[in-house]
Design a binder for this molecule. Structure first.
Ligand SMILES: [Zn+2]
Length: 312
């Protein structure tokens, strides 16, 4: 039996590597064990509750804050399940179980050796909760997402693939609008702070994205101006956002490709958030204030239609 002390370490490649080594020695069971009165989860819940009314989440100012922020996704899942009325203790109690399966799902998604052993019936990964008041361990069984995640073919955890963010794929499922908006805000916060973490895809991640398909969390309509690149502004990887750009981020009639593309994004791709993004010093909008452009020029038509925006 292997115990994975997972509270702060589930994103760290060395944890995955150590478990792969242990499994190669013949261990047949990996147990991911949470526990009641977990200080790390209490800290993550308190930080989430204190920041949830803020316009943007703050970048970590210490390693400890960064580690607690890594658990914020778990706390957000709990909030969706319990609702905003739940008190912090209810949050913590439920987050313990959610975090156990979050850790198991990470192992399933990012370890090819563990997946292969499981497919051949040579390994199982279960969750559990140690109840400190009774001394008993509650065994939770495998992850509810196990069968879906065994189809993953991602070979390395993001940190070991020189990526700090996993690539979004169909397996991630749809993202709710408030979660998608939070991802955009956090990505923009990293960009504005000069600390982007989205790297280039390696071949393995690219192949996985092609094989499993895209599931972008947001569709963004932005300007074609070169100084406003949307993936860069939101520190996004391929697979994260569905991007539509033209001069002046205009959407003035139903016949154009913008409308059809957005309908594709919310229909076929199941994106649930659309953001229309303008930007300062926009050459298209500045141009709309000028007169005397040659008649019949498509660009002039765009500018004229955007004029009400300028003078609104
Ligand atoms: Zn522009």
């Amino acid at each position: 039996m292997t115990t994975c002390q997972h509270c702060w370490g589930y994103r760290i490649g060395s944890m995955v590597g150590s478990l792969e080594f242990c499994a190669s020695l013949g261990s047949k069971l990996i147990l991911v064990l949470g526990h009641t009165q977990c200080g790390a989860l209490e800290g993550a819940v308190n930080m989430h509750l204190s920041q949830k009314d803020a316009r943007t989440s703050k970048p970590p100012n210490s390693a400890l804050t960064g580690l607690l922020q890594e658990l914020s996704g778990v706390v957000q899942q709990v909030e969706e399940k319990l609702g905003v009325q739940a008190d912090s203790q209810m949050f913590v109690d439920h987050a313990i179980k959610v975090n156990v399966f979050h850790s198991i799902d990470f192992l399933l998604r990012f370890s090819q050796p563990l997946r292969e052993l499981m497919k051949h019936g040579e390994l199982e990964i279960h969750g559990g909760i140690y109840h400190q008041d009774t001394g008993r361990v509650e065994f939770l069984g495998p992850s509810p997402r196990q069968s879906a995640l065994l189809a993953s073919d991602v070979a390395l955890p993001p940190s070991m693939a020189k990526l700090s963010l996993p690539t979004r794929m169909v397996l991630d499922g749809p993202t709710k609008p408030d979660q998608a908006l939070q991802l955009l805000r956090e990505g923009n916060e990293r960009f504005a702070a000069g600390a982007p973490i989205a790297g280039q895809l390696n071949a393995q991640m690219r192949k996985s994205l092609v094989k499993e398909g895209q599931f972008p969390h947001s569709a963004v309509v932005g300007c074609a101006d070169s100084e406003a690149p949307l993936e860069t502004i939101f520190d996004a990887l391929p697979g994260d956002i569905f991007v539509l750009r033209n001069a002046g981020n205009t959407c003035t009639h139903a016949e154009g490709s913008i409308m059809g593309s957005l309908e594709f994004a919310i229909g076929a791709v199941n994106t649930q958030l659309i953001l229309v993004l303008g930007h300062t010093s926009c050459s298209a909008i500045l141009g709309a204030t000028k007169v005397g452009l040659r008649k019949g020029w498509e660009y002039q038509r765009i500018l004229l239609k955007s004029r009400p925006v300028v003078f609104a």
